[in-house]
Ligand binder design. Structure first.
Ligand code: NAD
Ligand code: AKB
Length: 319
């Protein structure tokens, strides 16, 4: 049973939704948000601990101070930001995760959750309905760190019995927090521009199909896997999960159902090459069979909910 949870990188896009969800379920005082940066409003986030995952002593101290038994390890440098500073991405994503695993081993933690990504795949991987077990030859430092993370997690499970579990998130779309420097960020940015009545310049080509997921499904997936019966798991750290797949032009068409004047120009940059190396859709039958995965949102229900919530947040009226 998970009782005291630490979320590293907890102020990021996913942590901002995961923390309230877990607090609702396990009690506010039992879910500690950690991040290398300070929150804007610490009272809203408390209990909060400032924690750099590169500082092993600080990790040990937080585990002891808060009597932690489970870590959701979200601290990372994402794909686009990683290509701008590969050295930082290597340190945070690989050394940082190694520190978490070693702390988990030494403190005999009950569970460590590690989100991998569709970035674990590369240009040689089959693009459609990508199998769970397939070629993993990513060409981004972020993707390389995700493959290393998947394998390290499996190693710590098989060698030390540390219960590490992980899944491969697609691009995550949310209204209550901004993405932190990925290749799929356009799919969140578009909503802000559309609702503010501004033209959006998209950094991917209009026909770039990628797997995506709405935040409620992302939270559902990681918590379902965390709470799953371990004896039913054949895979451990590398579950494909699929919800929807679309290209920028498909998203624009759907947003225009609510905001018909939304204008977009396509000016692909260095992120196009990253997107072109990733799959278009994933075979998630292992997640379905081993822990009952099933998404709730498709493209149209996601866009409807995003427009509803983000228009309220931005104080914009949509007819
Ligand atoms: P994010 O960039 O929004 O948040 C990451 C957080 O980590 C930030 O708050 C940052 O301050 C923090 N951080 C950076 N360096 C740190 C350090 N040295 N020590 C402690 N904290 C540090 O990322 P996210 O979207 O919330 O992603 C969370 C996890 O999910 C990551 O592992 C990411 O690879 C994975 N993932 C995310 C997506 C997505 O679309 N959001 C998709 C696939 C996988
Ligand atoms: C990114 O684009 O880097 C992330 C991811 C798919 O891992 N959103």
């Amino acid at each position: 049973m998970m009782k005291r949870i630490l979320i590293t990188g907890g102020l990021g896009q996913i942590g901002s939704s995961l923390a309230p969800f877990l607090r609702n379920k396990y009690g506010r005082e039992n879910v500690i948000v950690a991040d290398v940066r300070e929150p804007k409003d610490v009272e809203k986030v408390e209990p909060f601990v400032k924690l750099d995952v590169l500082d092993r002593n600080a990790i040990d101290k937080a585990i002891g101070q808060y009597d932690i038994d489970t870590i959701f390890h979200l601290a990372a440098i994402l794909s686009a930001k990683g290509e701008l500073n590969p050295q930082l991405a290597f340190r945070v994503n690989i050394i940082g995760y190694y520190n978490i695993l070693e702390a988990g081993r030494e403190h005999s933690l009950e569970r460590i959750m590690f989100p991998s990504s569709i970035a674990a795949f590369g240009p040689e991987t089959p693009k459609n309905n990508t199998p769970n077990d397939t070629i993993l030859k990513p060409r981004t430092i972020y993707g390389i760190s995700k493959v290393a993370g998947e394998l390290l997690g499996l190693y710590y499970w098989e060698k030390y019995g540390l219960d590490v579990r992980g899944l491969r998130y697609p691009g995550i779309i949310s209204w209550n927090s901004l993405p932190g420097g990925g290749t799929t960020d356009y799919a969140v940015d578009m909503f802000y521009y559309a609702l503010r009545g501004e033209k959006y310049v998209c950094f991917l080509r209009e026909d770039t199909v990628l797997p995506m997921m709405y935040m409620p499904d992302a939270i559902k997936a990681i918590t379902m896997l965390a709470e799953a019966n371990g004896s039913r798991l054949i895979h451990r750290t590398d579950f494909n999960i699929q919800a929807m797949s679309f290209a920028p032009k498909d998203l624009v068409e759907e947003i225009r159902k609510y905001i018909p004047d939304f204008e977009v120009e396509y000016r692909p940059d260095y992120r196009q090459k990253i997107a072109d190396s990733w799959p278009k859709s994933l075979d998630d039958s292992a997640a379905k069979e081993e822990w009952g995965w099933r998404p709730d949102y498709d493209l149209s229900s996601m866009v409807k909910d995003m427009i509803k919530n983000l228009s309220k947040k931005l104080g914009v009226e949509v007819q």
